[in-house]
Write a protein that binds this ligand. Structure first.
Ligand code: MN
Ligand code: MN
Length: 275
């Protein structure tokens, strides 16, 4: 598939890239993620046998990448928020390609403005719930703490976390982590889905800044995503933290592009697609 060629001029699902990685705590490179996902998409089919659905039928458009400033995350977050707001205000679904995970905060702020009862499903190897990281409150290691402050404890759900501090662990224990129970708890409420690709095992996706052994296999993540997205009212989503240059084989980019394809198709098949 080529992500560009299958995309429509007026699709309801709006892809955009947020190539920013200035707060990366270990290995930077996620700024090259969106371009690598598009590049890898050329090698994939538009049809998904697992979902029996074809991207050629899916109403999505690719808006390209935002031109984000380097260094200071505050203006970058504002730009992401503004873009996501514009997409949501038109009744469309923003689908952000990271970039580092902090950029999700901009899109989630926008989603909160338009959908006050917002719930967030966070899929990640890491809890990302630190109060601050080396003094910084805005970091990819603190992003879900900032989200937690917006949504409250009853509206943030985490899947796949296998690395956290002792303090984060206390918070994680209060959050629901099983996909089926999460879907039941969320019901028809609007939901933003944020997927940090490092939830995959490093043997599947080594091209990421903070690899964490003991992760999901590709099929496990793709079935969780399909199950959650075909049931819930997804109003926005992102796939973040691909750092393609950390994987010389290029396979990480292909895995990320295939996850994006499955997400687009699951959205199209789910309640969000039938609106
Ligand atoms: Mn992570
Ligand atoms: Mn993360």
């Amino acid at each position: 598939m080529s992500m560009y060629m299958s995309s429509k001029a007026e699709g309801r699902i709006c892809l955009f890239g947020a190539p920013f990685d200035s707060t990366a705590s270990f290995r930077p490179g996620a700024r090259f993620g969106p371009a690598a996902i598009r590049e890898a998409s050329y090698g994939l089919e538009t049809f998904s046998p697992v979902q029996s659905a074809d991207l050629d039928d899916c109403p999505y458009m690719d808006m390209g990448d935002l031109e984000l400033p380097f260094g200071d995350p505050v203006p970058a977050l504002d730009m992401v928020e503004k873009t996501a707001c514009e997409i949501l205000a038109k009744g469309r679904i923003p689908f952000m390609l990271g970039g580092e995970h902090l950029m999700s905060l901009g899109a989630i702020r926008a989603a909160m403005k338009i959908h006050p009862g917002l719930t967030v499903v966070h899929i990640d190897a890491h809890a990302d719930l630190r109060e601050d990281y080396l003094g910084a409150r805005l970091s990819h290691a603190t992003v879900m703490r900032r989200v937690f402050e917006l949504t409250g404890p009853d509206s943030l759900f985490q899947i796949g976390v296998r690395s956290c501090t002792r303090e984060e662990h206390a918070l994680v224990n209060e959050l629901d982590t099983l996909p089926e129970r999460i879907a039941l708890k969320i019901g028809e409420r609007p939901c933003y889905l944020s997927c940090d690709l490092d939830v995959l095992d490093p043997s599947v996706l080594p091209g990421t800044g903070t690899p964490e052994p003991g992760g999901l296999m590709f099929g496990e993540l793709s079935s969780i995503l399909v199950s959650v997205m075909t049931r819930l009212n997804i109003i926005g989503l992102d796939v973040v933290e691909l750092a393609p240059q950390l994987d010389p084989s290029g396979v990480s980019g292909v895995a990320a592009a295939k996850i994006v394809r499955e997400c687009l198709l699951a959205l199209y098949r789910g309640p969000a697609g039938s609106r």
